[in-house]
Design a protein around this ligand. Structure first.
Ligand code: PAF
Length: 280
């Protein structure tokens, strides 16, 4: 079934109002489009957990700290709508910029602490942009549940924090990372990797898995990260921005595994920034 494409918040509100009046649970899957199987797994989870599902597609300018990254970000609306057909979602919300940031828009949602590290330290303003747009999408859709991938683990924790802090009453559901057969985490940015570079891409996840094994065997993060960085660079990556062992809840840096924790990494491959994380 082709889902209705909704482009204004007033249309969306009217639709959601009738659903909620009938006591139906509304779920939202926020995306920036260029949908892949990772996104579709979030849609499937939302369909299983909610009566009504809205997928949002909005390439949010406020979360890009680099203008050429925003310009090059893949935009594939028709293809996305086709991919959603088999899920029979109830609405695809594709707002224009004026629906999200009308003239005079002057507010920013900023989550302290969690955003000082990892991607936050390397992409100034990125998480303010994410937190602001997610708050807008939550309030515009009035969803009770929202589905995010663990692939963007820091983003997931930031969204959980803001939802709790601002009493948005949205149950934020984290879903497992979906990978290509060779281990590369699915991401819209993978479309930007050249064929020549693509064969090198699995080295990031391989080095992380090896480091996780080393940590489980009693090694320290500092010593193992040095080896893993060398392996990633030797495979053809240009730079490893970070490769850290951190606690799930507050993202504090760890030297040895402790409670729920994970390895998180960001690395550049031929002009494309890839991120990944795995539980230890
Ligand atoms: O993960 C994404 O695609 C984006 O950061 C999100 C959550 C849709 C906000 O623009």
């Amino acid at each position: 079934m082709i889902a209705p494409i909704i482009r204004t918040k007033s249309e969306l509100r009217a639709m959601v109002k009738t659903w909620q009046k009938a006591g139906e649970v509304v779920g939202v899957v926020p995306t920036m489009g260029a949908l892949h199987d990772g996104h579709l797994s979030l849609v499937a989870a939302a369909k299983a957990g909610c009566d009504r599902v809205i997928v949002t597609i909005f390439v949010n300018p406020k979360q890009f700290n680099n203008p050429s990254d925003l310009e090059n970000y893949p935009r594939t609306e028709e293809d996305d709508a086709r991919k959603l057909e088999r899920f029979s979602v109830d609405a695809v919300y594709v707002p224009g910029p004026e629906e999200i940031y009308p003239e005079g828009f002057a507010s920013t949602v900023s989550v302290a602490g969690l955003t000082d590290v990892l991607c936050g330290a390397h992409r100034p303003g990125h998480f303010d942009g994410v937190a602001t747009v997610v708050t807008k999408l939550f309030t515009q859709t009035r969803a009770e549940r929202a589905y995010f991938g663990e692939k963007d683990f820091q983003q997931l924790q930031v969204v959980r924090r803001l939802s709790a802090d601002l009493d948005l009453d949205v149950d934020v559901v984290g879903c497992p990372t979906i990978r290509e057969e060779d281990g590369l985490a699915m991401s819209s940015r993978n479309l930007l990797i050249s064929d020549r570079a693509r064969v090198k891409a699995p080295a990031l996840n391989e080095a992380m898995e090896e480091m996780a094994d080393g940590l489980r065997a009693g090694g320290t993060a500092t010593e193992l990260a040095e080896k893993a960085r060398a392996r990633i660079l030797a495979a053809g990556f240009n730079e490893v921005e970070y490769l850290d062992l951190r606690a799930n809840d507050d993202l504090r840096l760890l030297e040895r595994p402790e409670g729920d924790c994970r390895l998180l990494a960001a690395a550049w491959l031929a002009g494309v920034r890839l991120i990944d994380n795995i539980a230890v």
